[in-house]
Design a protein around this ligand. Structure first.
Ligand code: PM9
Length: 461
């Protein structure tokens, strides 16, 4: 990795004051929120590391772009600008805008997946897997084993284990596999990248069997940066160039533009196949809106087109990932157990390692996120047994190896001083970890339960 210091390639033009709550206010707020950080009013949050989704600061160019919104119902000029950006920076031929990533996942899953199909992928993502299941498919994890081990320092934990894929093909037949689902980077593994070499090998193998690769490109620029920094022979290339190559190795994509692409709302589906595009154009009018706006205002598409261009600039991505690494190194130096190597969009605290006295059924990561909020007003998110949901056949919890709390860093929003405050709070909570008690789930919604589930504290053992 580069040894010189990074600094933000921007200066601050406008600020948003934050409310500084008291500990008593935070205890009351988290109890009222059923110990679920998603249910906290954001007013009572000091540093909001819930997600990097839709929480970026837009540039002055993007804000100026909003004023160029063409709000025509059909054929808005901003749609054509977005189409140009998707072709130029990602290389996909056909574009369907959607209100956000899951809108694209819904349409794509319904088009490509038939009941009984199998969808192998480099670890599940919550909304992606749910849409695959709702379309009648079953997700099968084919990521390398290292991805499930928070202590493994393997640099490309997003890689596919090709032997695992071969076993899935042997067991079910290629005709039952509409596509292999590849995320760049892998969110649930801790923001871990896939290597270009692995993706090329996967392309060769899927070509042999006539299987598509569908790309969840939500954080593709971050993945490309890690390839530039760590993969042999890639250091002389620009992030933009590597992004284009990643996309060229896949057949189509779903995108939550709320992450990499620096907008507060928006997404799209892209494909190189005319037939898939035609079907998607039919479906988008049912679920999102006309095919030239897909649930977005013209101004949102303009901000997205500009954000895509900004997102692949080397200076931007170096500072973005640099800030995440800054916090990660601080926590490592403090001896806090976190997923290694540090991922690109956040730090993932290893709640299993910090709270070994709590069984997974007492929701250790959920409990740790609540404690962190109480300590300092820092809002994080559970990424463990609650997020994993229930097995669709047995109805039991899924028990993921990784029981994590995610400190997700919004892009271009917080300073290094904020990161210092976060690290000190994590350390304080870690020092009194033995006193942290587990939780009992008192309300469980049917889908994506982590968003709205409620909990109560269990008595101390
Ligand atoms: N990711 C995140 O916080 C927001 C929703 S879950 C709290 O990480 C990937 C890799 C994502 C993602 C959202 C989506 C869905 C798809 N793939 O939220 O619908 O990280 O725009 O995208 C979230 P939308």
């Amino acid at each position: 990795m580069s040894k010189t210091s990074w600094a933000e390639p921007f200066k601050i033009k406008m600020v948003e004051p934050l409310f500084m709550s008291t500990r008593e206010q935070r205890v009351k707020a988290i109890e009222e929120a059923g110990f679920n950080t998603f249910l906290l009013p954001s007013e009572y949050v000091y540093i909001d590391l819930l997600t990097d989704s839709g929480t970026s600061a837009m540039s002055d160019r993007q804000w100026a772009g909003l004023m160029l919104g063409d709000e025509a119902y059909a054929g808005s000029r901003n749609y054509y600008h977005l189409e140009d950006a998707v072709r130029k920076y990602y290389g996909y031929k056909y574009l369907i805008p959607t209100h956000q990533g899951r809108g694209a996942e819904n349409i794509l899953s319904q088009i490509l997946i038939k009941p009984g199909d199998i969808v192998p992928g480099n670890m599940y993502f919550t909304t992606t897997k749910l849409h695959q299941e709702l379309a009648g498919g079953t997700f099968v994890d084919i990521i390398v084993d290292e991805a499930h081990d928070p202590k493994s320092d393997f640099p490309f934990k997003g890689n596919v284990d090709l032997a695992k894929l071969q076993r899935v093909i042997d067991a079910h037949g290629a005709e039952k596999i509409p596509y292999v689902s590849i995320a760049t980077t892998v969110n649930m593994a801790g923001g871990q990248p896939i290597s270009l070499a692995n993706l090329k090998a996967l392309r060769e193998m899927t070509n042999k069997h006539g299987i598509r690769i569908i790309h969840d490109m939500t954080r593709v620029a971050e993945n490309a940066y890690m390839i530039q920094q760590l993969e042999e022979g890639q250091s002389g290339r620009s992030v933009a160039d590597i992004v284009l190559e990643i996309c060229s190795l896949t057949d189509g994509a779903t995108m939550s533009a709320k992450k990499d692409a620096l907008v507060n709302i928006g997404g799209f589906m892209a494909t190189n196949e005319w037939d898939v595009f035609e079907e998607a154009r039919n479906m988008v009018v049912i679920y999102e809106g006309l095919h030239t706006y897909g649930g977005l205002a013209g101004r949102d598409m303009e901000a997205m087109a500009i954000g895509i261009e900004e997102s692949v600039q080397d200076d931007h991505i170096r500072a973005r990932v640099g800030q995440v690494f800054y916090l990660g190194q601080k926590l490592i130096d403090m001896g806090i157990p976190i997923v290694r190597p540090v991922g690109t969009h956040g730090i993932f605290l290893d709640a299993k390692a910090s709270l070994p006295h709590l069984p997974q059924t007492a929701f250790p990561a959920q409990a740790l996120a609540a404690e962190l909020y109480i300590d300092s007003g820092v809002r994080a998110m559970e990424r463990g047994i609650v997020s994993a949901g229930r097995d669709k056949t047995t109805g039991d919890h899924c028990y993921p190896e990784l029981e994590l709390v995610r400190l997700t860093i919004p892009r271009r929003v917080y300073t290094q001083a904020h990161m210092d405050v976060v690290a000190e709070s994590v350390q304080r909570v870690h020092e009194r970890r033995d006193s942290i008690t587990g939780l009992k789930m008192t309300y469980e919604p049917k889908y994506l339960r982590f968003f709205q589930a409620r909990f109560e504290r269990l008595p101390a053992a």
